[in-house]
Design a protein around this ligand. Structure first.
Ligand SMILES: Nc1ncnc2c1ncn2[C@@H]1O[C@H](COP(=O)(O)OP(=O)(O)OP(=O)(O)O)[C@@H](O)[C@H]1O
Ligand SMILES: [Mg+2]
Length: 342
């Protein structure tokens, strides 16, 4: 989905630099910036007046709702990430997303959560992150600032590259390389579920992997679902279609925790094979493809992972493993996953 973000800095950073703002603090791979963020004559570093500054030349990434820049703690110099959400930005647009397979733009989006999505998403993300500060594989929230219609989330800087970028550059990963990465992803998701939070947008662009330390951070809780009791269902037509289960795509009532497990299975499949388990050019074809076909795993992969993926990408949610069960599978013990667990 293409969205115009022209003048983001014109609207936000310049007035901020000039001190025309009101802000409050609630407790709580450098890439080139997009063209439209280079238009204004802004300084390299902007003091956010709350103990953090924003580094305007250190663009970290962008999604449907936000642009993210590096920043730093003005006392310790420690790196942070600053997620800039323009609150009226997505009005009337489909809620998701530009993610398909690694490096491929999705032709499909799910619509339905129109106006005020950015504001609601920001609030959802803030509330969720405040409940999830304890887990080493979930990015931490340090502070929140609001400037009229722009919200800034000052977060832990997740070092490394997104799983999406890693797959785009190196293709599929071996089981041994993938195992510690997915152990951390799985344990973070399981932890969220114990706190009654379903992430609801598990996909490669929302996972950062520090390749040096094999340290994983889960990002982006803007579409999360909170407070659904175990075994209860909800209906929420958002998410990223290629990573969404049939029940989500069909607009049925579904268990949001088991929907996360499905998304986890899709990225596991994609990471190990370099292919999406299901792909279609339009929404109805995608639903049809998931309903009627079963993806095959290459013979080079082990029987253990084939069995685990079958239990995760099980179309009947009543028979699908939950995340706690996924983590007890024998595939994890085939390598050194536990060394990287947190
Ligand atoms: N804490 C962080 N540390 C490093 N990079 C980050 C961090 N947060 C976000 N990013 C980068 O910015 C990108 C966009 O961030 P995020 O996914 O939170 O935005 P979004 O607009 O909510 O995305 P989506 O399109 O999935 O809704 C990420 O894919 C990642 O590359
Ligand atoms: Mg994202």
């Amino acid at each position: 989905m293409e969205k115009s973000r022209c003048g983001l800095f014109m609207r936000f950073l310049l007035p901020l630099f000039m001190g025309i703002f009101y802000a409050w603090v609630l407790p709580a791979s450098d890439t080139e910036a997009p063209e439209d963020d280079k238009e204004t004559n802004i300084p390299e570093e902007i003091d956010l007046k709350n103990g953090y500054s924003l580094l305007t030349k250190k663009f970290l990434g962008e999604g449907t709702f936000a642009r993210v820049y590096a920043g730093k703690c003005t006392h310790s110099n420690a790196s942070v990430a600053v997620k800039i959400i323009v609150l009226d930005e997505v009005e009337g647009n489909a809620v998701t997303t530009n993610d398909g397979a690694a490096g491929v733009k999705s032709p499909i989006s799910i619509s339905g959560c129109g106006a005020k999505d950015a504001r609601k998403g920001a609030m959802r993300e803030i509330k969720a992150l405040r409940k999830l500060q304890e887990h080493a594989n979930i990015v931490k929230l340090h502070a929140v600032l609001q400037f009229s219609d722009v919200m800034l989330l000052v977060m832990e800087y997740a070092h490394g590259s997104t799983l999406k970028d890693i797959m785009s550059s190196v293709g599929a990963l071996s089981e041994d390389v993938a195992r510690p990465i997915f152990w951390q992803i799985g344990s973070a998701i399981a932890y969220c579920h114990t706190k009654l939070i379903a992430h609801h947008d598990i996909k490669p662009a929302n996972i950062v992997v520090d390749e040096t330390n094999v340290k994983v951070k889960i990002l982006d809780f803007g579409l999360c679902i909170r407070g659904i009791k175990a075994g209860k269902k909800c209906r929420n037509g958002s998410g990223t279609p290629y990573y969404s289960s049939l029940q989500v795509l069909e607009g049925k009532r579904y268990d949001p925790y088991l929907a996360d497990v499905w998304s986890f299975g899709v990225i596991l499949y994609e990471t190990l094979t370099g292919e999406m388990p299901w792909w279609a050019e339009d929404y109805d074809d995608l639903v049809d493809s998931i309903s009627t076909t079963n993806p095959k795993l290459p013979k080079t992969l082990s029987g253990k992972i084939e069995c685990l993926i079958t239990n995760i990408l099980c179309k009947d949610p009543a028979k699908r493993f939950n995340m706690a069960k996924v983590l007890t599978d024998s595939w994890w013990k085939a390598g050194s996953a536990s060394k990287n667990a947190h």
